[in-house]
Structure formats: C-alpha cells, structure tokens
Ligand binder design. Sequence first.
Ligand code: UT7
Length: 324
Amino acid sequence: MGTVILGTGSCLPVKRVSNHDLEGILDTSDEWIQSRTGIKAPRISGKGEQTYNLATEAARGALDMAGMTADQLDIIVVATISSHMLMPSCACFVQKELGATKAFAYDINAACSGFLYALDLGDKYIRADPTKKILIIGAEALSARMNWADRNTCILFGDGAGAAILGHQQGESGYINSNFFSDGNLWHLLYMHTATSNNAELCVEDNPGVHVVMEGREIFKYAVKAMEDAVRGLLIKEKITIDSVNLVIPHQANIRILNNLIERLEIPKEKVFINVAEYGNTSAASIPIALDEAKREGRISTGDTILFCTFGGGLTWGATLIKW
Ligand code: UT7
C-alpha cells in the first residue's frame, strides 16, 4: 500500500437550476425528470465560476484538510472535458490561482471516468517517488457545453469540482487497485465536438457544434453492465467480496443507473453514497464531490474499504478500490 488521500475538497456553483426552471424553457416536467433520473436541481455556473475557479476552490479545501500549502505540491492533474480554453490547460490556471510554484500541471480527458484515471496516475507517481504530493481534481462547467434545446441531455448535467491531495504513508491504508476499460468504437454514443475546423481539409461532417450529444438509452444499457463487470472483475482480482466494502461511491449519472447497479451487485443501499438529486451528473467532478461530502459527513473512517465505479464518454469505464 502507500498512496493515501491526505485531504479532499469540493466547490459547487451558487446557482441552482431546478426541473421547474427547465419547464419554462423546454417541453419537459419535474415529474418526468425526477422519475427518469432522480435529479432535482443541479448547480449551474455563473460569473466568476469558470471550470478553473471551481477547481481552485475545491483544491483549497483539500489543501486545508491535508494541512498543506500550495507551494508543497509537486504535480497538479485536472480531469475535465469543459475547460474554458483548449490551451492552456485548466490545471495550469489552477496552478496560477493557487500559486503552486513548484508544481507542473496538465489536464486529462477521460470524460466522467477522469478522476479515477487521475487517481490511478497519481498512485503511479507516488510509487515512483514517495516524497511527491499530488493534487488531483475533477472539474466541469458543462452548462457551457450543453445544447439547452435538447431535452435528452441538458436536464442531466450540472457543474462543480472536487479535489484530493495524494501523498505517501506507511501502513495498511492506501490505493489498492483499479480495473479500467475504454472502447473507442462506441464514441458516437456520447461525444462533444470542438468548434468547426479552420482547416477546410479537416472539417468534420455533420459537426453539430460544441455541445454534448448522447444516445441516452444505449448509454444506459452499456453503463450498468460495464460498471457491474468492472466491479466484479476488480473484486475477484483483489480476492474480496462486496460484503467487505464499507462504502461505494459511484459516478452520479442518474438514479436509475445506480439502482440497477445496486440491485445487480446486491449492495445494501445504505452502503452507497448518492447525491445525484442535488447536483445532477457533474461528469469528472461527480466522484470527488461525493468523496468530499462523504468524508465531511463522517461516512468514512480509517481502515474503511471504499469502492468507486464510473462510466462515461469514450467510452471509458472502470472501478477502483482504496483503503482509507
Ligand atoms: O455518464 C453517463 C451519462 N449519461 C447518462 O447517464 C444517460 C443515461 N440515459 C438515461 O438516463 C436515459 O436514457 C434518459 C434519462 C436520458 C432518457 O430516459 P429514457 O427512459 O431512456 O427515455 P427515452 O430516450 O427512451 O425517451 C422516451 C420519451 C421520448 O418521447 P417519445 O419519443 O416516446 O414520444 C422522448 O422524446 O421521453 C421523451 N423525453 C422527454 N420527455 C420529457 C426525452 N427527454 C425528455 C424530457 N422531458 N427531458
């Protein structure tokens, strides 16, 4: 073992957009959205709440819990698909805002799975050099990347950020293992173009613009089965049963996906942390926000085995086990 989470933090935009608010701009209803997704009122960014602003505030919370200052950080990795610029990375803006002068910084793109991929990456850095302190963040302002006329997608997503500081500690606690997968053949089920190309030769046909496009039903089908298989594979690899997991923190996609997963894996509901009603699907931010809330609500104790699972665009999916 060795790679431990020294602190967590999260930041949500101030403004809530309820399903009733959406009824005013879309042919939809609170009843439809709640019954299909479990979502009530996600947070949507306003002025001064760019992806990097949310990420920076989440990082400050994590540094505070870890009892660290930004100049102690060696590496900053932000998982995001909704940075306000393509370049520089969101991570470089966070580095600047925090004044993390020693740290090098970059983003990764694995959609909703990004935070778990970053956690796995952080573990590899720390195994190579246990003195390193790594800030990993999942941050999104997907409201800027929604087609607000598409009721299939815009009702699902929200904005926010969550962060964790990774370091090394002797003993039983630490990152255990992950079981990750990707299938680029299924990219078309959930995607987002960049703006149209300035090179006519590279223009992509049928580019609908910079917003999330999704085949909801297909995604639903794949998400449940893929997460179930990833979790089962990881438990077998680590020779543990679901009974010895103390807390499950899944990607908060929607309540029907989560309920299906809970049923298939026969997990007692009280062991699963769910906050999708409040925030909707915040993509890469969903797991670290939930982790921070679980920690601050006292749902996590030293020695607990925590299981994460995720699914998102790419397609990307997987599961991760840690011992707190
Ligand atoms: O990280 C992964 C992210 N993605 C997801 O989590 C999405 C997974 N998919 C889902 O959760 C579900 O597929 C949705 C919630 C997106 C849609 O629910 P569904 O039960 O699969 O609905 P559907 O797409 O089969 O559509 C059923 C009906 C359609 O009307 P018709 O054609 O039967 O007349 C839709 O046009 O519901 C209609 N509909 C809506 N009605 C009211 C679709 N969106 C809405 C809406 N309000 N917002």
